[in-house]
Design a protein around this ligand. Structure first.
Ligand SMILES: [Ca+2]
Ligand SMILES: [Ca+2]
Length: 352
């Protein structure tokens, strides 16, 4: 779908816009998945994202029928802690058909929280990190209890409006390809993308019907990858669809909010800095993110970390490298890509 007229129609009526852009228009070869792989990671590996939940435990989470939280105790010992951590079941004690998962600190308390998508007729899960590796299912209280339509797959936290409060995108799609056999007789799926806006750090609201043509289009979605692919300071989204072209959702929100894009380069630790953590503080609000390999579902997002800063014009950046080294950078100006090298501080900046 061209951006032109459809995006302009929506722009007149809505506060923000995400439009579909054919991937071949931005130089991604649709005939060879490897071209898109660096950003979209459309291959078939089980989603599994490395996490550190802020209490001295490195952990991996994986959504299955009973949520599994695999925690590392020290360097060599690994154990399954989903039951004790409160993420094995939903708030009613039921197992669920888990599909995708992601984590970020959505409420600014410094601890990484979890979102998990599930099968049709089931709510997704939003697990709030209470500290000491224990989580509370706050799905209903956060306003996400109504999202039960269709099977939900890829998901991720993204601050699409750069207000400093991470929002949530969920990809949905029928389990069987539309029009196939006796399982799915409808010619088209009725599955759509879901965009949940973070209102105040505690509650989310569904703004899909205000988010532009990409969210009105029914597709049989699966994976979702996130990144500032156009270098605009706004997070865009790549979605892979079953038996269909992938979609690239360009974020065209006319926001005046500031942002910061951080690229970490490891030296003592791995060069991609996977597993390293960043704390960004701006306007007295703290945000935590980690560099991750792998995403959910079957996707790889931009390794650069994107932070919405709201009205702030600068931020304090603290980097905790995977090997334990730390460095702090004060008065980092907003609205630019900043490259930080382990032990060297900022080695380059590029304003967009
Ligand atoms: Ca939190
Ligand atoms: Ca936001």
């Amino acid at each position: 779908m061209p951006i032109g007229t459809a995006a302009q129609d929506v722009r007149a009526a809505q506060a923000f816009i995400i439009a579909i852009v054919p991937l071949d228009e931005v130089g991604v070869d649709l005939g060879d998945g490897a071209e898109a792989g660096e950003f979209a990671g459309l291959d078939g590996a089980l989603e599994r994202a490395g996490k550190n939940f802020g209490e001295g435990q490195s952990a991996q989470s994986c959504a299955e029928e009973a949520g599994i939280l695999t925690a590392a105790f020290g360097e060599r010992e690994v154990g399954e802690t989903g039951m004790l951590a409160g993420v094995a079941y939903d708030a009613n004690g039921r197992t669920q058909g888990g599909m995708g998962a992601d984590c970020v600190d959505y409420d600014g308390d410094g601890l990484l929280d979890l979102v998990k998508t599930n099968f049709s007729d089931e709510m997704p899960n939003l697990y709030h990190n209470e500290g000491k590796a224990f989580f509370t299912d706050v799905t209903a209280a956060a306003g996400m209890g109504g999202e039960t339509r269709s099977v939900k797959w890829g998901t991720g936290f993204l601050d699409f409006d750069d207000d400093g409060q991470p929002d949530i995108l969920i990809v949905s799609g029928s389990i069987y390809p539309p029009g196939t056999g006796t399982h799915h007789l409808l010619a088209q799926t009725e599955s759509k993308l879901i965009l949940m806006r973070n209102l105040d750090g505690h509650r989310f609201t569904n703004v899909s019907d205000q988010a532009g043509p990409a969210f009105l289009d029914s597709r049989c979605g699966r994976g979702a990858a996130f990144g500032d692919i156009f270098n605009t300071g706004r997070i865009s989204v790549a979605v892979n669809n079953l038996n269909d072209y992938p979609s690239l959702l360009r974020n065209e929100l006319p926001s005046t909010n500031s942002w910061l894009l951080l690229k970490l380069v490891g030296t003592a630790t791995n060069r991609a800095a996977i597993g390293s953590r960043v704390v960004v503080t701006a306007n007295n609000r703290r945000q935590v993110q980690e560099v991750r390999s792998g995403g959910s579902f079957c996707s790889q997002s931009d390794l650069r970390l994107h932070f919405g800063l709201g009205t702030a014009k600068e931020a304090r950046v603290q980097v905790c490298w995977l090997g334990g080294a730390e460095e702090a950078l004060d008065h980092v100006p907003a609205n630019r890509l900043v490259v930080v090298k382990e032990g060297k501080g900022i080695i380059s900046q590029e304003a967009f």
